[in-house]
Ligand binder design. Structure first.
Ligand code: CAA
Length: 286
């Protein structure tokens, strides 16, 4: 099936990036937030990204304008009535997501694909919130931050996801210039299953005074050729997000490598969530 109209629920770190990459390849994109000002703030963030690309000579001013013209902010879920694809990138909370999907199920066309950008919640659990007739078109479509830069989509097939749905998402990923990996529907999927124990171990090393945050990060950057060190990356992802994913992994597997380190719990409880609050393992701007 051809996907031309995309409804993106959530205009935060992931949602705005997801909206941007779809508009950039010619899709008509509606960006939804329950509060219109937040949807518009997401579009303003996209405008800022595009402006930087224009300044670097990577995008023309005309292309920027046509991408922006394909983006509409809304606080009305009813706008999903025309969508070929709904991508959900809202707060990582089962109740928030299932309520939203149940509402969208009553609005979107029966043929529309429902894709969740969840980083850890089971796709089967989310798919259960929509009608049986829709469940074959429910899929996980996990993007990586910053979405315009990271060329991976993790496709998660639930028990009911059909081959046609997988094929449609694969076709879309090709249009977006992104590579697909397919993960079974298990806690953390593929990437966070690998990433979170790595981040947690770096946090435990920091906690026990093995080295400074700077040196731990430099170890991974210079010694392993990673673009960011693990503590910097955790700050970038959001410490609350990392904590949430580690808890899902710990609950799902019960193995010690997934247990959230005390320093992470303490930082989150103190409201230090990383880059977005100006403080985490490092202080921002750096
Ligand atoms: N939005 C859009 N574009 C961005 C961006 C952003 N937030 N940040 C950087 N970019 C672009 C820049 O414009 C630049 O583009 P050009 O090459 O076209 O000029 C390019 O990215 C490189 O940027 P910089 O030169 O400024 O900086 P850098 O070389 O240090 O790269 C980075 C920045 C791409 C973020 C790099 O540090 C990196 O790859 N970090 C690791 C990111 C990562 O691992 N992400 C996955 C996190 S896990 C996740 O998202 C999933 C989950 O469930 C937790």
């Amino acid at each position: 099936m051809s996907i031309e109209r995309v409804f993106v629920a959530g205009a935060g770190l992931m949602g705005h990036g997801i909206a941007q990459v779809h508009a950039a390849v010619g899709k008509e994109v509606t960006v939804y937030e329950p509060d219109l000002a937040r949807a518009e703030a997401g579009i303003a963030r996209i405008a800022g990204n595009l402006e930087r690309a224009v300044a670097k000579g990577k995008l023309s001013a005309e292309e920027r304008e046509s991408i922006l013209a394909r983006l509409t902010g809304t606080a009305d879920l009813g706008q999903a009535a025309e969508a070929d694809l709904v991508v959900e990138a809202v707060f990582e909370d089962v109740d928030v997501k299932t309520r939203l999907w149940a509402a969208l199920d009553g609005i979107a066309p029966t043929g529309a694909i429902f894709a969740s950008n969840t980083s850890s919640i089971a796709i089967d659990r989310l798919a259960a919130s929509v009608s049986e007739a829709r469940q074959g078109r429910f899929v996980g479509m996990h993007f990586f931050s910053p979405v315009p830069v990271m060329p991976l989509i993790e496709l998660i097939r639930g028990a009911t996801t059909t081959d046609d749905t997988e094929a449609a998402i694969r076709g879309l990923a090709t249009e977006l210039g992104k590579q697909v990996i397919v993960s079974a529907d298990r806690p953390g999927f593929i990437v966070n299953r690998i990433l979170m124990p790595f981040l947690a171990e770096a946090m435990r090393a920091y906690e026990e005074g093995l080295g400074t945050a700077e040196d731990i990060d430099t170890g991974a950057k210079v010694g392993l050729n990673h673009p960011m060190g693990p503590l910097e990356l955790a700050d970038f992802i959001g410490l609350d997000v990392c904590l949430g994913i580690m808890r899902v992994l710990e609950e799902g597997f019960g193995q010690p490598q997934f247990a959230p380190p005390a320093v992470l719990v303490d930082l989150v409880e103190a409201g230090h969530l990383g880059q977005k609050t100006g403080k985490g393992f490092h202080t921002y701007p750096r």
